[in-house]
Ligand binder design. Structure first.
Ligand code: NAP
Length: 254
């Protein structure tokens, strides 16, 4: 499939997990990609794999903190200039932090909000003019099954993901007449840097986490399972999908 030939895509969190898998999926389908992340080593690994696969000539990697307003403003402008326009933004960057809510500090809370929710807002705000200029731009945001299914010890994280869903619905309506589509993926039980160590409290009650196993497959799935869905949503195959979210969790939350 070559659904992204001639298309330009900006992907955050491109140095690990689902964002990284999405970079390689879009490159494999002919797209040009700017991948950003705070994880410099991760971005190097992304570039090394693209070099091995012969797609590196269509990939630019840049260290960028999505919660830093000035850096996002400059980074998105540079990305749009390097690509010569923008067709899709994939906001995969995120952090998972767990704690007992009654022990959660304001700094902890603010950090999770800043990266996940504010980062998604800042990237989207800065990318919108270029996305609208093309007439059929797409924003793919990252919700989570934690937004609608209770995940204990992850209240701050879940709140950001619920906020991202609401934000995505609002912009889908606001810019629909200008051809923009905005959708969320809601992954769950995906093997990635984030799920290797969710940082649960030492005294976590695991009976509260009973619904975290997929119904299909042999445990957690690889990040490429989400990347394929993102490629569909960001391509013309997703042309009639907007203002909604798609759960990708192997039936964990059926
Ligand atoms: P991941 O492997 O940890 O990838 C997230 C990437 O975002 C990491 O490279 C991380 O860098 C980077 N990042 C963190 N803070 C950043 C910042 N301020 N600016 C730019 N980049 C930053 O985890 P993942 O599972 O692929 O996560 C991708 C998205 O999927 C996230 O939004 C996550 O919430 C969502 N999600 C994942 C699952 C799952 O089951 N895996 C379920 C629901 C939702 P560091 O490694 O240095 O932190």
């Amino acid at each position: 499939m070559e659904r992204f030939t001639g298309r330009n895509v900006l992907i955050t969190g491109g140095g690990s997990g689902i964002g990284q898998a999405t970079v390689h999926r879009i490159l494999a389908e002919g797209g040009r990609v700017v991948a950003v992340d705070v994880n410099e080593d991760g971005l190097k690994a992304t570039l090394d794999r693209a070099t091995a696969e012969g797609t590196a000539d269509r990939l630019t990697t840049t260290v960028l903190d999505v919660s830093d307003e000035a850096a996002v403003r400059a980074g998105v402008a540079e990305a749009v200039a390097a690509l010569g326009g923008l067709d899709a933004l994939v906001n995969a960057a995120g952090i998972l932090r767990s704690s007992h809510t009654h022990e959660t500090s304001l700094d902890f809370w603010n950090k999770v909000i800043a990266v996940n929710l504010t980062g998604t807002f800042l990237m989207t705000r800065e990318a919108l003019p270029a996305l609208l200029a093309g007439g059929k731009g797409v924003v793919v945001n990252f919700s989570s099954t934690s937004a609608t299914f209770a995940h204990p010890y992850m209240a701050a994280y879940a709140a950001t993901k619920g906020g991202i869903q609401s934000f995505t619905h609002a912009i889908a309506a606001e810019y629909a007449k200008q051809g923009l589509r905005a959708v969320c993926v809601a992954p769950g039980s995906i093997d990635s840097g984030m799920t290797h160590d969710p940082g649960l409290p030492a005294d976590a009650d695991f009976s509260l986490l009973a619904k975290l196993s997929p119904a299909i497959g042999q445990g957690f799935a690889g990040p490429e399972t989400v990347a394929g869905v993102i490629a569909m949503l960001a391509s013309d195959d997703g042309a009639f999908v907007t203002g909604t979210e798609l759960r990708i969790d192997g039936g964990t939350h059926m």
